[in-house]
Design a protein around this ligand. Structure first.
Ligand SMILES: *[C@@H]1O[C@H](CO)[C@@H](O)[C@H](O)[C@H]1NC(C)=O
Length: 331
């Protein structure tokens, strides 16, 4: 929650005035902590508890990918997940040629659902810029698109930048004023194509996605979901604000978000987003990567279909993994 400026100024002047009166030291500290700790840590997912808080989705891929999502037990036995070095590793089959039912992979979803919040993901590695791959870090609620969907990190095939998207039921139109330079809104209607396309934003920071993200040791994605909008910041590994590192995040000091999805009078965010679970997955081909295969550089180089490429080239997916340091949820 943002305090109105006048309230913050009142607190600051209170702080100044009581600081000169030692008798009021207690009040001074109370006022100061009120300013600095506006968000309280609700859940911290790390290597020690991540797989207790997330459940493996093992149904057929709702987006028609060339993928078979496997159970936690199977993924563990095959070495596609681990918690080595206090990091959460989520990977795929990078050795099998022509897998029977699509390439084996994982899709995990938080047991806890959230409405509003500040979600801070410290990510050391994400699936690289690889033909056929469709990685995603996202949130969604029941009865798509009625409870909304927030796609925080997502793109397909051989690309080097993030494309962020909201999906809603009819009636939500957003703008992206206040987003980082290079952000381009493809469609302001978050129900575009019955919600399937949504309001999507392309970005230009190559350190925020895929190969360059990984070369730089990843970074932090901070998603602030409020009644007025949904803002998503990206910080490179070397530029993470100290208040984030200190578990006392203060978004008002973070500067320009990568993308600011602004609701306001054209989209009452609270009418369109509720009870979202957090998801990490690694998909192949399907309704997005597969659809774009023919128009991607992948087709120019490899020809054929997306599925043919994915099935025949397991070693192409050696870098198709998530490595998470932590995911912290603040309210
Ligand atoms: C292939 O995948 C396994 C399991 O996900 C992983 O341990 C291994 O490091 C990957 N291979 C390469 C070359 O990255």
């Amino acid at each position: 929650m943002f305090f109105p400026n006048s309230f913050v100024i009142a607190l600051l002047s209170l702080t100044t005035s009581v600081a000169s009166h030692p008798n009021h030291q207690h009040h001074h500290q109370h006022a100061a902590s009120h300013i600095e700790k506006r968000y309280a840590l609700e859940t911290s997912y790390t290597a020690s508890n991540f797989f207790d808080g997330f459940t493996f989705f093992t149904g057929p891929d709702p987006t028609d990918g060339d993928v078979e999502y496997i159970t936690q037990f199977e993924a563990y036995l095959l070495g596609y997940i681990n918690t080595n070095n206090n990091q959460v590793y989520l990977g795929v089959d990078n050795t099998t040629v022509n897998p029977a039912n699509g390439r084996l992979s994982v899709r995990v979803q938080s047991n806890q659902a959230y409405t509003h919040g500040l979600f801070i993901a410290d990510i050391a590695h994400m699936p690289g810029s690889i033909c056929g791959v469709w990685p995603s870090y996202w949130m969604f609620g029941p009865n798509f698109p009625d409870s909304g969907e927030i796609d925080i990190i997502e793109n397909v095939n051989y690309v080097f930048t993030n494309q962020l998207t909201l999906h809603t039921s009819p009636g939500c139109t957003i703008n992206i004023a206040g987003s980082a330079a290079g952000a381009t809104l493809l469609d302001s209607n978050c129900n575009d194509n019955n919600g399937l396309d949504g309001c999507s934003v392309t970005t230009t920071n190559q350190n925020a996605y895929g190969n360059y993200f990984n070369i730089n040791g990843g970074g932090v994605y901070a998603t602030l979901w409020e009644s007025t909008g949904i803002k998503i910041w990206f910080f490179e590994r070397g530029s993470i604000p100290s208040d984030i590192t200190a578990d006392a995040p203060n978004p008002s000091g973070w500067g320009t978000p990568l993308v600011s999805f602004n609701g306001g009078s054209t989209c009452n965010i609270d009418s369109f987003f509720a009870n979202n679970n957090i998801v990490f997955d690694i998909d192949f081909c399907g309704d997005w990567a597969g659809q774009l295969w023919d128009s991607s550089p992948c087709y120019s180089v490899f020809g054929g279909t997306c599925d043919e490429f994915v099935n025949a080239n397991p070693s192409a997916f050696s870098q198709a993994y998530w490595l998470l340091n932590s995911l912290k949820v603040y309210q």
